[in-house]
Design a protein around this ligand. Structure first.
Ligand code: X90
Length: 275
C-alpha cells in the first residue's frame, strides 16, 4: 500500500480509490484565518478577500501537519508546490527527514513539482497509474521525475494584485494590469517561478494565445487539466479550442482550491498539460 500526500495547492482534498491526504496551506488577514481544506468555502473566502482592504497573506503547512498526514504510511509520495515561490517544499522535507528518523523502514519521496495545481494533478495521476502497473518505489520515483519534465503549466490572470502584494511577482508588472479586458498569460519556468508570456485583449485573443503557447511548448494532444477561479466558461472554451485540433483530447476541468484561487484571482485559470 502506498499513500500520496500533496499540499492543498493541488486543488483536491480527496482522490477516489487511493490513500490520499491533502495538507492545507493557510490564508489570513489581520482579522481572519482560512485553512485551505475541504471545509473551506472558496467563494466566501474570495468575496471576503476582495472586500478586505488590508493585506492578505499565505503560509505554508507546518512540519507537524505534514507529519500527521504521513502517520501510518509505508510508502509515501509527497508532492509540493514550487520551492521557487513557497516554503512548502522545505517544510515537507523537514517533516520527511523527521519521519524517517522515527520510521527508518518507510519509503518517502518528496517531489518539488516546480509548479502547482493542475501540473501536480497530472503527476498524481501518473503515480497512481505507475502503481497500478505494479511498479516499485524506485521505478515510480524515476518515472515520475521523467514525467514531470514533460509536463507544463500555463495560466491567465486578470489581476496580479495578490501575487505582487506577497512579493511573488514584480510590482511594475502587476501595475501594468488592471485595465479592463486585459489578461496576462504566464507559464512556470523550469526553476518554478512565474514568467509572463504576453497580454491579450478579450477572451478570444486569450484562448488563441493559450493554444499557440501550448503548441509552442511541444503539445501534441496529451492530457490537459484545468482549474479555474470562478471561470468555468473560459476553461471550457480553451478546451473546445484544443478539441477542434485534437478530437480525442483527455481534459478535466474543476474549480481551484483556496490557495490557487487566491493567487490566480477571480476569472483566472491554470492549465497543466503533457507536452
Ligand atoms: O508558501 C506560501 O505562502 C504559498 C505561496 C504561493 C505563491 C504562488 C502561488 C501561485 C498559484 C498562480 C499561477 C501559477 C504559478 C506557477 C508556479 C510556478 C497560482
Amino acid at each position: 500500500m502506498y499513500r500520496i500526500v500533496a499540499d492543498s495547492s493541488c486543488d483536491f482534498s480527496s482522490y477516489p480509490e487511493i490513500d490520499f491526504r491533502s495538507v492545507p496551506l493557510t490564508l489570513s488577514t489581520a482579522e481572519r484565518e482560512f485553512t485551505d481544506d475541504c471545509n473551506l468555502n472558496v467563494r466566501d473566502m474570495m468575496d471576503y478577500m476582495t472586500s478586505y482592504k488590508g493585506r492578505c497573506q499565505t503560509a505554508c503547512p507546518s512540519v507537524e501537519s505534514w507529519l500527521e498526514a504521513f502517520e501510518g504510511a509505508q510508502e509515501l509520495y509527497v508532492l509540493t508546490i514550487t520551492s521557487g515561490l513557497s516554503g512548502t517544499y522545505n517544510s515537507a522535507c523537514l517533516a520527511a527527514n523527521q519521519f524517517l528518523e522515527d520510521h527508518p523502514d518507510v519509503k518517502v519521496r518528496v517531489f518539488d513539482t516546480k509548479s502547482t495545481g493542475p501540473e501536480m494533478r497530472l503527476l498524481m495521476e501518473k503515480i497512481v497509474e505507475l502503481k497500478s502497473q505494479g511498479k516499485s518505489f524506485t521505478e515510480v520515483c524515476k518515472e515520475a521525475d521523467a514525467y514531470l519534465s514533460t509536463t507544463r503549466l500555463f495560466f491567465s490572470f486578470q489581476s496580479l494584485h495578490n501575487l505582487a502584494q506577497n512579493g511573488r511577482v514584480n510590482k511594475v508588472l502587476a501595475s501594468a494590469l488592471g485595465m479592463l479586458h486585459i489578461s496576462i498569460l504566464g507559464t512556470a519556468t523550469p526553476e518554478g517561478v512565474i514568467e509572463p508570456i504576453g497580454k491579450s485583449r478579450g477572451e478570444n485573443a486569450l484562448i488563441r494565445s493559450f493554444v499557440k503557447e501550448i503548441e509552442k511548448a511541444g503539445y501534441q494532444g496529451g492530457k490537459v487539466r484545468i482549474c479555474h477561479a470562478d471561470n468555468e466558461a473560459l476553461a471550457q472554451n480553451v478546451t473546445s479550442a484544443l478539441r477542434e485540433k485534437y478530437p480525442n483530447l483527455d481534459a478535466f476541468i474543476y474549480p481551484a482550491g483556496g490557495l490557487c484561487s487566491f493567487y490566480v484571482e477571480n476569472g483566472g485559470i491554470i492549465l497543466g498539460c503533457e507536452c
